[in-house]
Design a protein around this ligand. Structure first.
Ligand SMILES: N=C(N)NCCCC(=O)O
Ligand SMILES: [Zn+2]
Ligand SMILES: [Zn+2]
Length: 338
C-alpha cells in the first residue's frame, strides 16, 4: 500500500499516523523511511541483531526489531527540547547489519566496517543493539571518524570494564576495557552513569579508576539529582567528540525488565531522559542503545523506554546538526556583508 509521509524542508519524515494507522505496515524506527528509499540521510538508525557476547540471559539479538515495533507511537515533535528532529535533517532507518552469530571476532569486524561505511558521508549513527559487545567496534569507527579518541558517557548498571569471561576477551562485560587498551577513548573524559549492584571484588573498581573512568552511581543520581549531575558531566567532557552508550539495564528492572543482566536499584526512565536532554549542544558523534532482550519484556516496557531514549538521542543529533548549519549560514552571511 502507498506510504503517506510527513515532509518538511525537503526532508522525508515518518509515515503520517493521522492517515495511516500507526499499527499498520512493517516497522521502521519511528516509522521513518528506510535508507534505501532515500538518496542520503544525515542521521541513520541501524540495528545490530547480535547477542553472542552475553554472560547470562540471551535474546538481545531481537532487541532492534523490538525497539522498532515499540517506536510506532513516537510522534514527530519533541516538546522537551522544542525540536522536530525529522524536519531539521533527514533521518532514516538503515536496517540491520548482517553479523555472524557464530563468530564474535568476525561480527565485531562487520560492525566496525558497516559503521564506517554508513558514516563515510559524514552522517551520524544511532545503533540499536544487540548486546554491549558491539560498543567496541562502534567506538573504533567513531574514533576513526572523529580523527581522535572520543569522550564516552556510558549509561549502565555495569562497569563493562572487566577483563575476560571464560578466557574470552570480546564479550558484553569487557568492551570498555578493550576500548581503553586500544587508545580509542579520551581517558580525561569517560564516565559511567547509573552503576550499581554486586561486583566480583573491590579490584573491579580499582581497575576501572585506573583506566580513567569517573562513576556516577545510581544512588548518586538519587541523592544529587539530575541537574547537578548534568553540570558535572558537561564540565568534564566539554566540547570533545562524545559517544553515548546506553545499556538499557541502567534503568531499574521496573522500567526495563526486558534485559539480560538486570540489577535492582536502577534509575528511572524519567531520570535517564532528563540527563540525556541535559547534553543538548554537546559534540555528540555517535550513540547506541543496547541490551534490550524482548523475551523478558512485559507490556513492551523496555521497548518503549529504549525507543524514547533513541528518539532523544536522534533529537540531540538533529538539533546539533541544524544549529551548526545555522551557524555556518550566518558566518557565510557575515563574510558576504564584509
Ligand atoms: N553489559 C551487560 N549488560 N552486562 C555485563 C554483565 C557482565 C557479567 O555477567 O558480569
Ligand atoms: Zn549492563
Ligand atoms: Zn553493558
Amino acid at each position: 500500500m502507498e506510504e503517506i509521509r510527513l515532509e518538511a524542508n525537503g526532508n522525508i519524515g515518518p509515515i503520517d499516523s493521522s492517515r495511516i494507522p500507526r499499527f499498520a505496515g512493517a516497522a521502521t524506527f519511528a516509522r521513518l523511511p528506510r535508507l534505501d528509499q532515500l538518496k542520503e540521510a544525515s542521521i541513520k538508525v541501524v540495528g545490530v541483531p547480535f547477542d553472542a557476547g552475553v554472560s547470562y540471559r540471551p535474546g538481545a539479538r531481537f532487541g532492534a526489531s523490538h525497539v522498532r515495533e515499540a517506536s510506532r507511537l513516537l510522534r514527530p515533535y519533541n516538546p522537551a527540547l522544542d525540536v522536530s528532529p525529522f524536519e531539521l535533517v533527514q533521518v532514516a532507518d538503515a536496517g540491520d547489519m548482517a553479523v555472524n552469530p557464530f563468530n564474535i571476532n568476525e561480527a565485531i569486524e562487520t560492525v566496525q566496517q558497516n559503521a564506517l561505511d554508513l558514516t563515510a558521508d559524514g552522517s551520524s549513527l544511532v545503533t540499536l543493539g544487540g548486546d554491549h559487545t558491539i560498543a567496541l567496534p562502534l567506538l573504533r569507527a567513531a574514533a576513526e571518524r572523529a580523527g581522535e579518541p572520543v569522550a564516552l558517557l556510558h549509561f549502565d548498571a555495569h562497569l563493562d570494564t572487566w577483563d575476560t569471561y571464560f578466557g574470552a576477551e570480546y564479550t558484553h562485560g569487557t568492551p570498555f576495557r578493550r576500548a581503553v587498551e586500544e587508545g580509542i577513548l579520551d581517558t580525561e573524559a569517560i564516565s559511567h552513569v547509573g552503576t550499581r549492584g554486586p561486583l566480583y571484588g573491590k579490584k573491579d573498581l580499582e581497575d576501572d579508576k585506573r583506566f580513567g573512568f569517573g562513576i556516577v552511581t545510581s544512588a548518586d543520581v538519587y541523592y544529587q539529582g539530575v541537574a547537578e549531575i548534568v553540570a558535572k558531566l558537561r564540565d568534564r567532557i566539554g566540547n570533545r567528540p562524545l559517544y553515548v552508550s546506553v545499556d538499557i539495564d541502567v534503568l531499574d528492572p521496573a522500567h526495563a525488565p526486558g534485559t539480560g543482566t538486570p540489577e535492582a536499584g536502577g534509575i528511572t526512565s524519567r531520570e535517564l531522559l532528563e540527563i540525556l536532554r541535559g547534553l543538548r549542544g554537546m559534540n555528540l558523534v555517535g550513540a547506541d542503545v543496547v541490551e534490550v532482550a524482548p523475551a523478558y519484556d512485559h507490556a513492551e516496557l523496555t521497548g518503549v523506554a529504549a525507543s524514547h531514549v533513541a528518539y532523544d538521542l536522534v533529537t540531540l543529533m538533529a538539533d546539533l546538526r541544524s544549529s551548526r548549519i545555522g551557524a555556518e549560514a550566518s558566518l557565510a552571511g557575515q563574510r558576504k556583508d564584509a
